[in-house]
Structure formats: structure tokens, C-alpha cells
Design a protein around this ligand. Structure first.
Ligand code: IMP
Ligand code: MG
Length: 172
């Protein structure tokens, strides 16, 4: 396996898109205290750029979930490490790298609602153009992409390639 020579999405395009999304988030949560919950591990690079562009004081928490083995979704979502603090009564913005089948975000939303979150919205950098498993829709989407396995900017293939600044397609 290796990555495409050219990025599918250049770092500069990512930065421009994040500014755009961040502007919308900032106006929505301007007078509405916000808690980011990042789905780990893929979301940490997106989260770190996003919170600085949004520029609002906010809580940040992390939820470690896993569903992928190699390039295949296993169909099961597992909690690897739970939230650090209770989301009860909070307006949560779930942040993930990519919305694929939707299982992970549907699972995370359910978990947050069960723990008493007041409101749960979803921000993803990427969305794959495939049918979704559950009625999960992202409120903020960076880019819609084809159904290819991508890496970089936090997204991994078996824990590789997270460090790349752009988004690349994984190739045989
Ligand atoms: P879903 O549950 O099928 O929506 O999968 C979402 C999770 O799978 C994301 O949080 C990613 O971590 C991972 N994932 C899905 N597609 C890709 C991909 O193309 N590259 C890297 N990770 C992916
Ligand atoms: Mg993930």
C-alpha cells in the first residue's frame, strides 16, 4: 500500500474550507456555550485547526472509538476510552475526520444523548458519497468525496499516514 502522488485535497484548500465552516459554527454558538467532543484518533488534527478558527471559548473532550480494521469497516463500534467528563446539559459538537457509513457518529450521538447532552450536532471534514447506515447527517461538512480510502490530516491506514498535511488516496 502507498499513497497517491498528488493530494486529493491540498493543505491550502483544507485551510480555506475550515475557515468557512468555522465562521458558521462561531455564529451558531456565539451565545451558546459549546463543548467539542472529538472522535479519536482520526479527528485530532481537524479539531485543533477548527477550534482555533472558531475562536470561541469552549470545552474539549475526547471519545476513543474504533470500527475499522485495515480498509474495512467491521460493522461494530467499540468504545476504547470514554469521555473525560459528563456531557449532561451541554451543547455538544461532535467532531470527526470522516462520515463514512455513519455507524461511528450514530453510536457517538446515541452515547451522548444517553449521558444527557442537551444538544448534539456534527462536524466532519470529509463525507463519503455512499448510503448511510443510520439517519445521521452532518451539520457541518468540509468536502464530499468519492468512496475511496483516504489518509492524511489525521486519517490513518493501520495507524500510518496521520502526519500528512493534505488528504491522499491510499493505493495498492
Ligand atoms: P463509519 O462508522 O463507517 O462512518 O466510519 C467512520 C470512521 O471510520 C471514521 O471515524 C474514520 O476513523 C474511519 N474511516 C472511514 N473511512 C475512512 C477512510 O477513508 N480513511 C481513514 N479512515 C476512515
Ligand atoms: Mg475515526
Amino acid at each position: 500500500m502507498r499513497v497517491s502522488k498528488e493530494p486529493l485535497i491540498e493543505p491550502a484548500a483544507i485551510a480555506t474550507k475550515i475557515k468557512e465552516i468555522a465562521g458558521r459554527i462561531a455564529s451558531e454558538y456565539n451565545s451558546n456555550p459549546l463543548t467539542y467532543v472529538a472522535i479519536m484518533g482520526g479527528a485530532f488534527v481537524f479539531l485543533s485547526d477548527l477550534i482555533r478558527e472558531v475562536g470561541l471559548n469552549a470545552r474539549v473532550d475526547f471519545l476513543w472509538l474504533s470500527s475499522y480494521e485495515d480498509v474495512q469497516s467491521t460493522g461494530r463500534v467499540r468504545v476504547i476510552r470514554d469521555l473525560g467528563s459528563s456531557p449532561a446539559g451541554r451543547n455538544v459538537l461532535l467532531v470527526d475526520d470522516i462520515l463514512d457509513t455513519g455507524r461511528t457518529l450514530a453510536f457517538a450521538r446515541e452515547l451522548l444523548i444517553n449521558k444527557g447532552a442537551a444538544d448534539v450536532k456534527v462536524a466532519v471534514l470529509l463525507e463519503k458519497n455512499i448510503p448511510k447506515y443510520a439517519d445521521i447527517k452532518a451539520d457541518y461538512v468540509g468536502f464530499s468525496i468519492e468512496n475511496k480510502f483516504v489518509v492524511g490530516y489525521g486519517l490513518d491506514y493501520n495507524e500510518n499516514y496521520r502526519h500528512l498535511s493534505g488528504i491522499y488516496v491510499l493505493e495498492e
